[in-house]
Structures are given as C-alpha cells and as structure tokens.
Design a protein around this ligand. Structure first.
Ligand code: XIL
Length: 374
C-alpha cells in the first residue's frame, strides 16, 4: 500500500514538475493537419531565462511571433539608431527550433516613438520625409532578417471601429497611401516574405466592412497579401461564434489565408469598451476590476474551457481557410492582460496556468482536435 501511494505521489510530482507535462499531446501535433500553432514570445522566453515557458514553447508550437522586440520603439529607438540585440535573439531562437518566424510589426500607431513624426526642430515631418523614414525603417528591419522572418505584420490596426481608416499620425501626414507604400517597401525589401494585414475586432460588422474594402483596394493596387490576421483578443461572451465564422469566410473569399494572430480570452470585467483591444488604453486600478486574485473560480474555469472548445471547433471547421493560430503569450503569468487596460491584475486568458501547468481549457482544445469530422 505504502509503495503504491509513493508511486502515485512520484507520478504526480513528475507530471507537475515537468511544465511540458510529459505525456501530454502537443498542440502542434494534434492540429498538424489543420494549421500551425504558435505563441507570441517575450525576451525572457527566447533568451531562455523563463525555462518552464521555454519548455512549453518547444513542445507545443511550430511558429512564433515577436510580442514587442520588433516594434519600432524597440528596434529603432532613436533617429538613425537601430538596436537588433533582442530581435536577433528572437530570430535565432526560431531558427534553432525550426519554427515559422513572424515579425510583428512594421507600421502601427502604438509603440512608435514621437520623434518618428517630427523633424529635428520638433516640427511635424513633411509627407515626403515621413515616407522616406518609413522606407528606411522597413528596408533596414525587413532587410536584416531577409529569408529568416517568413511573414510580416506589415500594417497593424489601420481601421477604426466605424470602418473608416484610423486617423493615426501616418494617415494624417501621408494620407491613406501610407498603407500601400508600406506593403511595397516590405515586398521590395524581401520579395520572398509573406505580407499580412493584422487588426482586432474585425468580427464587428462595421469594422469588418472597412477592412474588407481596404484589402480589396490593396489587392487592386497589386499588393499580394498572404494573410489577414484576426488578432483574436476575445472575451468569454464576445464575439459570438457566427460573427467569428462570418469574418473568417468573408476575408477567406478574397484569397489571403486567415491567421488567428493574438489569441487570448479575457476573463476579467473591464472598464474598457468591451470589444476594443486598443493597446494604449489605461485605467486606474480598483479591486472591483480584479476579482480573482486568489484563483479562478471553478465555474469560470469551466466557462473558459468551453469557450476555448467552441473557438477551436470553429477554427478546425474552417481549417482550409486558416493557416495559423497563435496565442498572445504562453502561460497566464506573463500575459499582457495582467497589465492591460489596468496594471497589476490577475488574469487567466491562456491554456497554461501561472505555474505553466495545462488548464482545463488546454484539455478542451486537445479534445476538439481529436474529435473526428470537427
Ligand atoms: C501588446 C504587448 O503584449 C504588451 O507587452 C505591450 O505593452 C503592448 O502591446 N495588439 C497588438 C499587440 O497588435 O502588439 C499588442 O501587444 C496587443 C494588442
């Protein structure tokens, strides 16, 4: 009896200590006939310091996205000064593990320093000067990783919630041609790279229509878009499945592959507009917005698992249109949703918990993969 109990404890310990959870199926294997499976990585992961998460990454994912290190402010912090230290490590990690490497992102309204839009006297840049600056940035960054970064989120979040083009500094100074130019520069810099358009809340009909128009226009102008990224910053009850499905089909019809690029499911109440993932939103902390500091109640854990199951059922059903599903993070502890749109919260948006153990949601996703006919 004693031996049996010890053996059980040992087995329990082994599976609890190996964050890769030996014996667990790997996401990339169970969906190998459907789409690539990936995660966005931060520096602690691709530099190897967060070893439990590295174990999970090696086991489950065959594609990676740079969470922050290839954004303008990281890679090009000052005029004429590029910093590729982290970018190089990120790309080396992906190559070492033979993963499909995605670069995020070239042209965006966030995490782009204010100097980008100003001349050396602090006055707004002219259209021509900003285009030249954009060209230099894209050629330098894409050029450095030519043939290694296989796909780029060239333009991120160019469409506003009402379907019009977002009034970003890019738009205000250059006009809507900034989008076309970004794709042309990226293509010239690496003709072999896949080029993507990436955005959130495209499940909302107004915004979806605006983005569909944008994609059609770019295609008519000769841009070969390889992918449309639906960020997938979802909630337990938003968006509804028919809207997700309709969005996948509407963009899929235009030819590019659909990529779920930043998947997570926010379980916390929020003072932010419920369907917006505008990264610059920031609200004051208040305990009422942070209810699960001591763990996720069982009933919410179950809702999260069934939400993930229904999402993956939809992705699997649409596998011919979808080429990749990437989570925005690995374990709950390092998710951006602990700090957005309120800093210092305890969120539970991913498939692996704060100790890198698989959650009920992980098992639910595996079960979907194993269901025949999905
Ligand atoms: C987020 C990162 O995860 C955070 O670490 C950072 O502080 C802000 O940006 N949409 C995007 C991503 O396209 O780049 C954002 O990433 C999340 C929303």
């Amino acid at each position: 009896m004693k031996i049996k109990i010890n053996t059980l404890i040992l087995i329990g310990f082994m599976s609890a200590s190996a964050s890769g959870a030996a014996g667990q199926p790997a996401l990339k294997d169970v969906f190998s006939q459907d789409f690539l499976c990936g995660a966005a990585l931060n520096a602690a992961q691709f530099s190897g310091t967060n070893s439990p998460e590295v174990e999970l990454i090696e086991k489950h994912f065959n594609t990676i996205t740079s969470e922050n290190v290839l954004k303008w402010e990281s890679v090009h912090p000052q005029p004429g000064k590029y910093d590729f230290a982290d970018g190089d490590r990120y790309v080396a990690f992906g190559r070492q593990h033979e993963m499909f490497i995605v670069g995020h992102t070239l042209i965006w309204h966030n995490q782009t320093p204010a100097w980008v839009f100003k001349d050396k006297n602090g006055n707004p840049l002219t259209r021509e000067a900003l285009l030249e600056r954009m060209r230099d940035h894209i050629f330098t960054v894409v050029g450095r990783y030519k043939g290694k970064v296989k796909g780029w989120d060239v333009v991120n979040e160019a469409v506003a919630e009402d379907g019009t083009l977002r009034q970003s500094p890019w738009m205000r100074i250059i006009g809507e041609e900034y989008i076309l130019k970004a794709y042309q520069f990226a293509h010239e810099a690496d003709p072999g790279a896949q080029l993507y358009y990436n955005d959130f809340s495209l499940e909302n009909p107004l915004k979806r229509e605006g983005a569909l128009e944008l994609v059609k226009k770019l295609q008519a102008q000769g841009v070969k878009l390889a992918g449309i990224g639906l960020q997938g910053h979802y909630r337990l009850d938003w968006p509804e499945l028919p809207d997700i499905d309709a969005t996948i089909e509407a963009f899929g019809k235009l030819g590019p592959k659909i990529m779920i690029t930043e998947l997570d499911v926010n379980v916390l109440p929020t003072p932010a507009p419920w369907n917006e993932s505008e990264a610059s939103l920031n609200f004051a902390a208040n305990p009422k917005w942070n209810p699960y500091t001591n763990g996720l109640p069982q009933n919410v854990e179950e809702r999260l698992a069934s939400r993930y199951a229904e999402l993956f059922k939809t992705f699997k059903k649409e596998h011919q249109l979808i080429s990749r599903v990437t989570f925005w993070g690995v374990g709950d502890r390092s998710s951006w949703l602990n700090n957005w749109p309120i800093e210092g919260r305890t969120n539970y948006p991913l498939l692996f918990d704060r100790n890198c153990q698989p959650k009920a949601a992980f098992q639910a996703v595996i079960d979907v993969a194993k269901t025949k006919g999905g």
